[in-house]
Ligand binder design. Structure first.
Ligand code: NIG
Ligand code: FE
Length: 414
């Protein structure tokens, strides 16, 4: 059988007319009623009325999968920012933070990013692969069919390579697509003998060529913050990365500003976090092609402000929403729940929340083949048992997909 036809689907949200930037209205979602999806191999061949498609297909070559309840079909979700390759737990950091301890006190007690670096360095590559597969499958069951995964807990050439190879192996062992990013610029490792600039220079000279040789990633990220790297440290690093053909993404404006300006100047694909962005950064980002990525999981995990998503959209910018799942600032790792919560606080329409975890998230990863349900795109989609797409957001993550389809195959059915 070359084709699969699935339907009838009560509401199929194709997102065909949703642009990358600016506010989104429900009308932009292109909701098709009583529809069907015709799949050929990995891709969407056609979308249309189920009854019409059924009459038109050649039944000799088409497997028809008839649904017998109400379903809403959404594009597969895309989590464009995670750190799910890690070892250990930072439950003690969380407890200390909520008991009023400062960042410094937590770091002095052995917590913070460096704790995860220490644990991750101790783990074998195979253990990291298993942990990453396990977390990817948790996300997949919740409808996330594409997951970006960063390194950044290795912070030396061999340890960053170990992480990125582990993520690549994890990609071979989960149905979700894992998109790797090198975050060697996460912090200056405590055991590096030299300053911030020297560390970044070493990484760009010694690590970047191996990333290319082994095809480990085409994305370079860095954390721009007083406690990590300053804009002046980062420019030569990003320039070198760009010269070598890498896409750039930035941890920007999480606690203080400076990062989003770098992202715009360097023409990064995305600037992520932005909890501390002011009117100046909002204007700068909105006028650029940089996708702003809100990370509500980090706001919830740290008890901080949310990214000013409403203001960015109203200024004409692009908002993607990602989980930032990591052991420190964002331990929850539930994208749909977090996106819905961001929606309530920032007054985002359901259409804007959905765009943030589908087509705008694909733009944050510079992927052109997913994020909408239209002919030629990957057949990545979720079926939720309900007759109204608003129910999915109303339940704030409690309503999970009954079926998850990835590249034309049913990969999860509950
Ligand atoms: O995106 N901001 C820096 N990096 C991560 C936190 C990583 C960690 O705490 O382990 C973030 O929030
Ligand atoms: Fe992050």
């Amino acid at each position: 059988m070359n084709y699969k036809l699935i339907g009838p689907i009560t509401q199929l949200i194709s997102m065909e007319k949703v642009s990358t930037k600016g506010a989104v209205k429900d009308e932009d979602l292109s909701i098709l009623e009583n529809s069907g999806i015709l799949i050929k191999e990995e891709k969407i061949h056609r979308i249309g009325k189920f009854s019409d498609l059924k009459k038109e297909v050649d039944l000799q070559y088409t497997e028809v999968i008839e649904l017998s309840a109400d379903f809403v079909c959404l594009p597969g979700f895309i989590d464009a920012h995670t750190h799910i390759c890690f070892a250990g737990s930072r439950a003690n950091d969380y407890a200390m933070r909520n008991a009023g301890k400062s960042y410094l006190e937590i770091a002095e007690a052995g917590g913070g990013i460096w704790d995860t670096v220490t644990q991750t360095r101790k783990a074998a590559q195979q253990e990291l692969t298993c942990a990453t597969v396990k977390r990817s499958n948790i996300l997949l069951k919740r409808g996330i069919t594409t997951i970006e995964v960063k390194s950044g807990y290795g912070l030396s050439v061999p340890e960053e390579l170990k992480m990125l190879r582990a993520i690549k192996d994890a990609d071979d062992n989960t149905e979700a697509d894992l998109i790797t990013t090198c975050l060697a610029g996460h912090m200056l490792p405590k055991d590096f003998d030299g300053d911030h600039k020297t560390y970044l220079k070493t990484m760009s000279e010694e690590l970047f060529p191996i990333l290319k040789e082994e095809n480990l990633t085409n994305r370079i990220d860095a954390f721009i913050e007083k406690s990590a790297f300053l804009p002046s440290d980062i420019y030569p690093y990003f320039e070198k990365a760009k010269e070598m053909g890498f896409d750039i993404t930035v941890h920007a404006d999480q606690f203080s500003t400076g990062g989003s300006e770098v992202a715009v100047k360097i023409n990064a694909i995305s600037a992520d976090h932005l909890e501390a962005s002011t009117e100046d950064e909002i204007e700068l980002l909105s006028k650029s092609n940089v996708i702003a990525v809100a990370l509500p999981g980090a706001s919830i995990g740290l008890g901080c402000a949310f990214t000013p998503a409403r203001k960015i959209l109203d200024a004409g910018g692009a908002i993607a929403i990602a989980s930032d799942w990591n052991p420190g600032s964002a331990p929850m790792g539930d994208l749909l729940t977090q996106a819905c919560i961001l929606g309530t606080f920032e007054k985002l329409s359901n259409a804007e929340v959905l765009a943030g975890i589908t087509n705008r998230a694909s733009a944050a990863l510079n992927l052109k083949d997913r994020g909408k349900l239209v002919t030629g795109m990957l057949a990545d989609f979720n079926l939720f048992q309900t007759d109204n797409f608003n129910e999915i957001f109303y339940h704030q993550g409690k309503l999970v997909p009954s079926q998850v389809w990835k590249k034309g195959d049913l990969v999860y059915n509950q």
